[in-house]
Design a protein around this ligand. Structure first.
Ligand SMILES: NC(=O)c1ccc[n+]([C@@H]2O[C@H](COP(=O)([O-])OP(=O)(O)OC[C@H]3O[C@@H](n4cnc5c(N)ncnc54)[C@H](OP(=O)(O)O)[C@@H]3O)[C@@H](O)[C@H]2O)c1
Length: 329
């Protein structure tokens, strides 16, 4: 089978290469999946460049999420059968979805929403899981107001639709080209991050919550708005990192805490509860959100795609970020 493999450590996606590899043996607790699609997520870039505390397999197949069809199940697997349409997100310590066929722990896998195609599902697995869990942290009530940054992005667009489903009033930040899409799913207040200052726009009206997918100054300015809670995918809560399958050494925990301290201090100053979202492989949570999405009027934002044969010919680059790799022609 063909797989997209990391050929050099400490380099970007440009060193990824399509190679012919044997399919791994199916363990009793695993599922064999014929891959359909997988998004090139921001985290894939970091993972393929290399994280110092991660042990990479040799050869290391890229990719951390995706969707496909069950080809076979291990002896102790229940709840899945060959032919099922599934999607999944893996641990940092167990990456590898960019291949025609993979084996994956059944505990990381969920059936895809009934109203979502198999290609679309591979484009939203990690963003959907992230959005769902982050919103759960906020414990919102219908009628409250949430500011969602990057509301038309991978994580942001799933969060926007889920927040509306929860009865929240959404204020979105996005670029103008995404305004129409956001209006289509019911967002009434949209602020252009390119031409407007969201802090000025919100200031007097206030919001109950902020969902931050941008970090840096955007996170700082969001804390200054003094919502009740801010959930941020850029605020690293080191205690939660174990969910990714990685046990951070003490010195790295300390460095990360230091890096985050500018946000921690501001949250304290403004009396805001700041919650760090760290997404780990979690088939149960993915099954929950899949069921909810299946009952919603849910839209998957169209993404550019990349065929395996194109990667064989031209390789990959940073420009491919956000595209969905298609494993069947
Ligand atoms: N902590 C976790 O567990 C976790 C999990 C998943 C993702 N993440 C992180 O979450 C971030 C977002 O991921 P993603 O997949 O959603 O990325 P994405 O698909 O690239 O979405 C980012 C969105 O933000 C918009 N944007 C850029 N600058 C902005 C600004 N200043 N204000 C408001 N919007 C802005 C972009 O608009 P344009 O298209 O106009 O540029 C785009 O729509 C990444 O940094 C990723 O690493 C973390």
């Amino acid at each position: 089978m063909k797989a997209i493999v990391r050929t050099k450590a400490g380099k970007a996606l440009s060193t990824m290469e399509v190679q012919e590899l044997p399919v791994a043996n199916l363990l009793p607790y695993q599922i064999k999946v014929k891959m359909a699609s997988s998004r090139i997520n921001p985290v894939d870039i970091d993972l393929m460049k290399g994280m110092p505390f991660l042990k990479y397999k040799k050869p290391q197949i890229g990719g951390i999420d995706g969707a496909g069809e069950v080809a076979a199940i291990g002896a102790s697997v229940q709840g899945f059968a060959p032919g099922d349409r599934v999607f999944f997100y893996r641990k940092f310590s167990d990456i590898g979805t960019w291949a025609e066929e993979i084996t994956i722990n059944a505990s990381d896998v969920a059936t895809i929403p009934q109203n979502t195609s198999i290609t679309e599902a591979g484009g939203i697995a990690l963003p959907l899981l992230t959005a769902y869990e982050a919103l759960q942290h906020l414990k919102v009530k219908a009628g409250e107001k949430i500011l969602i940054h990057g509301a038309a992005g991978g994580v942001g667009f799933q969060a926007t639709q889920l927040a509306i489903k929860l009865g929240l009033e959404v204020v979105a930040t996005a670029g103008e080209r995404d305004f129409e899409l956001l209006q289509k799913v019911g967002v009434r207040a949209i602020i252009s991050y390119k031409t407007q200052d969201f802090a000025q726009e919100i200031k007097s009206k206030g919001v109950d919550y902020v969902f931050d997918t941008i970090g840096g100054e955007v996170l700082k300015k969001s804390l200054a708005l003094q919502p009740k809670k801010v959930v941020s995918v850029h605020y690293v809560d080191t205690a939660k990192m174990i969910k990714t399958g990685v046990k951070l050494p003490v010195f790295l925990k300390f460095i990360m805490k230091m890096m985050m301290s500018k946000f921690t201090r501001l949250a304290k100053k403004y009396g805001v509860e700041l919650i760090g979202q760290v997404t780990g492989a979690d088939g149960d949570l993915l099954r929950q959100v899949s069921q909810e999405v299946g009952q919603m009027n849910f839209i998957v934002k169209p993404s550019k795609s990349l065929k395996l044969s194109e990667i064989t010919q031209k390789g990959m680059s940073q420009k491919d970020l956000g595209k969905v790799i298609l494993f069947t022609e």
